[in-house]
Design a protein around this ligand. Structure first.
Ligand SMILES: [Zn+2]
Length: 141
């Protein structure tokens, strides 16, 4: 009997579940927000682009975007060597959809921020940013 086979199968099932909606970067951002005691809803389908995290009290939508698929201008946004025109078209579609959704949300009076996968290397900065976004502005004298 090979116990390893079962484990590998279970692992791949788990990986399949992780991909898609509940991506790892998104889970990281969620746990940060949880730890900060913020209240949020997940994947609100009634909003353009189905924002990953929605903070109704702060009228804030957060997207957690993978650098590759959503074309962050960083080193992770590479273009595969094979069939470059296919990929370029796919990426253009993704990027313009993102832009359209964000604009729609703004027109609906939502504040929108995008957290990029590569930015999760510095969790303290992410935390500070979320803190700023969820703190009402202080009136300066
Ligand atoms: Zn990036």
């Amino acid at each position: 009997m090979c116990a390893d086979t079962v484990t590998a199968e279970q692992r791949s099932k788990l990986m399949a579940r992780i991909k898609g909606k509940n991506t790892k970067p998104e889970m990281i951002v969620r746990s940060i927000c949880h730890a900060m005691g913020l209240r949020f809803r997940l994947h609100r389908r009634d909003l353009p682009g189905t924002p990953d995290l929605v903070f109704p009290k702060h009228r804030l939508c957060l997207f957690v975007h993978g650098c590759f698929w959503h074309r962050h201008g960083c080193k992770y946004a590479s273009t595969p060597k094979t069939r470059p025109e296919y990929w370029t078209q796919k990426f253009d579609t993704n990027a313009s959809r993102d832009e359209r959704c964000i604009n729609k949300l703004k027109l609906m009076d939502w504040r929108v921020d995008v957290i990029w996968e590569c930015e999760l290397k510095d969790l303290n900065r992410i935390k500070e940013r979320i803190q700023l976004l969820t703190t009402p502005p202080i009136k300066r004298a």
